[in-house]
Structure formats: structure tokens, C-alpha cells
Design a protein around this ligand. Structure first.
Ligand code: HEM
Length: 498
């Protein structure tokens, strides 16, 4: 067995706490990559990558690939049968690169695979070079974040020109510290109780030994999947009087990752070009309000999931007693059908949710008055009784509801936001079910109780600032998505009896 494998075994069984450290380190790597991917989705689906944050997005995609490389270098170090197989595949991928492949492999492995220097080189890359690059990129990433400020959800007082949030010290720092402790506890829990990468079961790597069910860590599996689904198409060509062969593994493991790096990396510019959107954006968007982007996001997730599942098609075939050929073809057909289907479903769902918003707006604008009875127009002197709930709706929503003949002209909003007597409409909680506060209001009305100030307070807190800015049914979000200028935002105010 190699020195590397021996050392890893000794860390596991001879060094006190060595095994839990190894396990925590491996679980942390899996969570690190999962956190990066979730963060990337958050940024993508809410449009936080738009101008001026394109550069931070590009740095982010580099961080993803650096995390990928760091993980691969790390789990290749113990030199057990599994990591050795991974290195073997890596050398085959390098060899498949036309013209320069053999040079790259020889220089990296110091000769024919497995060579004698690769583990030393991977070691220093893993413990120093890549962490330094990641640290540098994160520093730039955070620097840009501090300079550009964080995006925010639209809401009362939140505009494209300001940032509403918690101060870094002490609020955010304390929250960040608490979150760090929780993440550490989860990793320690996993490292202590859930076995991972048991190299003593795999045995030392021998180049002549390869076993089935050799899967890499989850963030590399899509590359394994793409390789397994690629048909054995070999291309031969001549260049400068030499014949070259382009092995089938070249496409799914070199060309595809190249596309999967460039496309996401330049996506902000591609979207800005198609939408002709050159504006600066500090406000986030709800996925339902951008159906095409949401559809594209769902499509790429489906693409990755099919590839990821195909990376374990031998295990699936074994567990489900299917032929490996069947699972391979299922993956190929799935890769062609599922992404466009995911696009269609996500796109239609987003349009459906938009339609739902419009209905809620139209309903909240119209029917509410009747149920809660008196509105300011009904009252002599035009003010609702104390304790009445009030909602200011944007013009366009009101106009649309009016155009559809669904309501009375009560809720026409005064865009100047007339401080003295804004035109307000009562909310029909039975129909609207907008927020928990309104539901409580409904409950009190149902029990014939006056709408208590606590409900109004919760309604106000609901709207100022909104508790869950992206909760799709919050009137302010609906109002926002209906394009209300921030000044005529939903404002729930208690009318003080004159
Ligand atoms: C090691 C990996 C990464 C770390 C440690 C990291 C860290 C952070 C943190 C702490 C924030 C501010 C809080 C937040 O928005 O969640 C942020 C914002 C951001 N990140 Fe990352 N990130 C990483 C990877 C990525 C990736 C992979 C992408 C995209 C491909 C990305 C794109 C962005 C963008 C565009 C922002 C600004 C978002 C905004 O202002 O709302 N980051 N990053």
C-alpha cells in the first residue's frame, strides 16, 4: 500500500479524534458545495446577478469550479481503490484532449498513469494553492458585495436607491456567528454518526483493479453521468500530417463542462441582451414575475439531476434488477425530454401564479368593502370607524379590476399618496386570505369582534416592512409585482378618529 493510503488509515485508527476529523472534513466538503449551489440558485432565480452584480456572479461561478477542484483533489489523496479510480478517469479525460492531451497528462502525472508524483502535487494543491485561490476570490466577492450593497426585496421604504437592513455590527455579526455554530454542530453530528468514505473497506488502489459502484462525490457525479450516457462515437482527423483520434469521453467531460462554465458565467449578459435591460437593479424579483428565467433555471436543474442520477446508473440497475443498458438509455431519453418538460412546467406555473396575483388584487380591490361593511365613503365625513383596516392599492391593479368591471371605483390610489386622506379600500379577508394578520382579522370579524389594534398592528407590521417580502400573497408584493411605484405602497394604517 502507498504511503498516502497508510497515512490515511493511521489518521483514522491511530490518531485520537482522527476519524471524526476526517469524517467532518468530508461531510463539510459535501455541504460546502451544496451551499454554493443553493446560493447560486438563490441569486439566479431572484435576479440578484443583474447589473451591477455581473462581475460578482462571474466570480461566483469561478468559486463553484474552485470548490469542485478542491473537493476532487481532496478525495483523491487517500489513494484507496475509489479515489484511485477517480484519478484514473481524470487521466483518461486529459488524454482525450486532442493534440495536447498526452502532454498534459504526462506533465501532471510525471509520466504514464499513475506515475509517482501526482499525490504530492494534489496534496499541495489541496492544502495550499486552491484554498488560497478560493480565499482570494471570496475576498473579492465580499468586497464587491460591500461596495455594491446587498440586493433587497421590494417593500415599503425599500427602493432601488436605498438599502434597508440590519447593521453589520452587532446584529448581522451575531446572527452570522450563531449560524456558524449551527453549521459546525450539524457537521460534527454528521461526522460523529454517519460513516463516509470508509477507505479501509475499499482497500489500497491497484491500477489493475476497478470495481462497479465507484461513484464520486455528488458535485462531480454529473460528469460521471454525462460520460456514461455518451455513445461510443470516436472521431478521427488529420492535422499537420498527423492522425488524431478524439475519444468519445472528450465531449461529455471536456466540451460539456466548458459549455456549463461559459453559459452560466455569461448568462447575465445574455439575459440583458435579450431583455434589452440596461438598468441598474438593487431590487430582487420573484421567480413568478420572470417566467422565462425561471423556466431556464428549472431546465438546467433537470439537466443536472438527470446527469447526476445517470452517474449512479450501475447502482440503480443493480438495486432495481434492471439491465445497465436500460438505465443508460433511460438516462439518454431523460436528458432529451425532462429539461424541456421542466421548462414548460416552471414557465406555466409562474404564469399561473401571476394570474393568481392578479385575481387576488382584483378581488381585494373589489369585494372587500361589502364584507367589512362601512368604508370611508360610507361614513359621514368619509372616514372609516377606528380599528378599520385600510389598504392602498396601486392604480394599475385598480384600473385593471375596473376595466374588468369587477369592482367599484373605491380603491383608486392617489400616486402622490395623499397623507391626509389616501383613498383606501377595506380588505375582504374571507376572499383575500392575504397574510396571517388578515386571517386573524377575519377570525375576529367572524366572531363579531371589533378588529383589535393588535390585528391592525400585525397588519401594519405585515406591511411595514413586510415580514416575508417574497410571500406571494402579501398585498404589498402583489402590489409591487403589479408595478406600483414605491410611494403608493400598501400602507395599513389605523385611522385615528377625528
Ligand atoms: C465559496 C463560495 C461562495 C461564497 C463563500 C459566497 C458568499 C457570498 C455571500 C456571503 C454573499 C452575501 C449574502 C448572500 O447573498 O447570500 C454573496 C452574494 C452574492 N454571491 Fe456569492 N458566494 C459564493 C459563491 C457564489 C456563486 C457560486 C455565485 C454565482 C454563480 C455567487 C454569486 C453571488 C452574487 C451575485 C451575490 C450578490 C447577491 C446580492 O447582492 O443579493 N456566489 N456571496
Amino acid at each position: 500500500m502507498s504511503q498516502a493510503y497508510n497515512t490515511a488509515l493511521r489518521i483514522s485508527f491511530e490518531v485520537r479524534g482522527g476519524l471524526i476529523m476526517r469524517q467532518m472534513h468530508h461531510w463539510a466538503a459535501l455541504l460546502f458545495m451544496a451551499a454554493i449551489v443553493v446560493h447560486m440558485f438563490r441569486v439566479f432565480f431572484t435576479g440578484a446577478f443583474r447589473k451591477p452584480r455581473e462581475l460578482n456572479w462571474i466570480i461566483g461561478t469561478l468559486l463553484f469550479w474552485m470548490g469542485f477542484l478542491e473537493g476532487f483533489c481532496g478525495y483523491s489523496l487517500p489513494d484507496d481503490a475509489l479515489s484511485g479510480t477517480g484519478l484514473r478517469i481524470a487521466s483518461a479525460i486529459m488524454l482525450s484532449i486532442p493534440v495536447v492531451g498526452t502532454w498534459v497528462t504526462t506533465s501532471l502525472f510525471g509520466g504514464e498513469f499513475p506515475g509517482t508524483v501526482i499525490l504530492d502535487r494534489l496534496y499541495i494543491t489541496h492544502v495550499l494553492l486552491v484554498p488560497a485561490v478560493i480565499l482570494a476570490l471570496i475576498t473579492v466577492h465580499m468586497g464587491l458585495l460591500v461596495k455594491q450593497k446587498h440586493t433587497q426585496w421590494p417593500g415599503p421604504g425599500r427602493t432601488n436607491r436605498n438599502v434597508v437592513g440590519v447593521r453589520m455590527f452587532p446584529g448581522f455579526a451575531a446572527k452570522g456567528g450563531g449560524f456558524f455554530m449551527i453549521v459546525f454542530a450539524v457537521i460534527a453530528f454528521l461526522g460523529g454518526l454517519f460513516q463516509i468514505n470508509p477507505i479501509w473497506l475499499f482497500g489500497p488502489y491497484k491500477a489493475s483493479v476497478v470495481s462497479a459502484a465507484s461513484q464520486p462525490d455528488w458535485y462531480v457525479m454529473f460528469l460521471d453521468g454525462s460520460t456514461r450516457l455518451m455513445p461510443a462515437w470516436e472521431f478521427r482527423f488529420h492535422l499537420f500530417g498527423h492522425g488524431y483520434t478524439m475519444a468519445p469521453v472528450f465531449w461529455p467531460t471536456v466540451v460539456l463542462p466548458g459549455i456549463l462554465t461559459m453559459l452560466p458565467m455569461f448568462y447575465p449578459f445574455i439575459e440583458a441582451r435579450f431583455t434589452k435591460d440596461k438598468a441598474i437593479h438593487h431590487l430582487l424579483q420573484r421567480p413568478r414575475d420572470v417566467p422565462v428565467r425561471t423556466g431556464l433555471g428549472a431546465m438546467s436543474i433537470a439537466f443536472f439531476v438527470v446527469l447526476l442520477a445517470s452517474g449512479g446508473n450501475d447502482v440503480i440497475a443493480d438495486k432495481l434488477h434492471l439491465s445497465l443498458n436500460a438505465t443508460t438509455w433511460a438516462g439518454r431519453i431523460g436528458l432529451l425530454l425532462l429539461p424541456p418538460l421542466a421548462y414548460y412546467v416552471a414557465h406555466r406555473t409562474a404564469l399561473g401564479l401571476q394570474q393568481h396575483d392578479r385575481e387576488v388584487l382584483a378581488r381585494t380591490r373589489g369585494a372587500g368593502e361589502r364584507r367589512l361593511g362601512r368604508t370611508e365613503e360610507d361614513e359621514p365625513g368619509g372616514r372609516p370607524p377606528a380599528g378599520g383596516a385600510r389598504l392602498l392599492l396601486p392604480d394599475r391593479a385598480a384600473a385593471r379590476a375596473d376595466a374588468a368591471g369587477r369592482g367599484t371605483h373605491l380603491a383608486r390610489a392617489d400616486p402622490r399618496g395623499d397623507r391626509h386622506r389616501p383613498a383606501l379600500t377595506q380588505v375582504d379577508t374571507k376572499k383575500a386570505r392575504l397574510t396571517p394578520g388578515l386571517l386573524r382579522c377575519q377570525a375576529q370579524l367572524a366572531n363579531d369582534l371589533p378588529v383589535s389594534s393588535s390585528v391592525l398592528r400585525s397588519l401594519r407590521t405585515q406591511a411595514w416592512p413586510p415580514p416575508a417580502p417574497w410571500s406571494s400573497n402579501a398585498p404589498e408584493t402583489i402590489a409591487a409585482s403589479a408595478g406600483a411605484p414605491s410611494s403608493s405602497w400598501v400602507r395599513v394604517s389605523e385611522q385615528t378618529p377625528s
